[in-house]
Design a protein. Sequence first.
Length: 298
Amino acid sequence: MTDQAAPPAPDVDTSAIQEIARGVYVITDRRVPLVPNIGIVLGDKSALVIDTGMGNANGRAVLEAAKKLAGDRELILTLTHFHPEHGYGADAFKGVAKIIYNKAQAAEFADKGQPYLDMFKGMGPAVAAALADTTLVEADELYDGAEHIIDLGGRTVLLKTWGKAHTRGDQIVFIPDCKVLFTGDLAEEKTFPIFPWFPPDDMDIDGANWLKVLDDCLKLTPVIVVPGHGDIDDEAILTDVRDYITDVAAKVKTAAAAGKSEDEAIADLGPSIRAAHPSWHFPEWIDFAIRYFYAQKA
């Protein structure tokens, strides 16, 4: 388990890039904490970048990698959600690429962008250094509603949101012609799902809707799933996360019905949930999930 008090430098390594389908590239996270999987999708006219990594230096590195692949194509940036490791390198793209995402994400960023920046800077010197020169920037274009299609020239890309789930404005990116799905942190591979349940400061989670999102993603029949963090795989990533959330919710419901307190439920359930997933990363998020579902029953 990684020491969360002092994580290693959250550096995006742009040499860790692979083409996973025709014209679809991923700069992989290499399982470094606070580094996401980053996508670059090429069309005939435009190139879409999906997430930036944390901080201006990472954003600049991703921008340069995108420029090399894109050539003279115009650049577009979208973010899967507002969390710092996914989008707080967007300032490097401002004025160079068109930044597009959904209105709910923009509103959450307006409310929480600076508090999350401050919180993450307190996570150790390496993270603080990565965020030292970060400027928070707004999108150039926002879409309203559940879906938005981007025409890259010769291929289209679907941006889709369901509202509050892991955050208020989670967004998937789906490339229909090759059935590649980028999930952001709605699905991570062999990683306990992140439930950012920090009452009273941040309680914007909807577990039931999260499950609906995962089911709807499965209906897209993706062939390749790029999780927010972890190894690239297929739809098993989605089913694993769905089954985990369903299982934790059911176990908490049973514990609450038996009269157990929140702390008792954590003490009873945490070890068995951890033991059921021995190869998964970041078990500290188990307790947050239990507390979230316990609050729903209370």
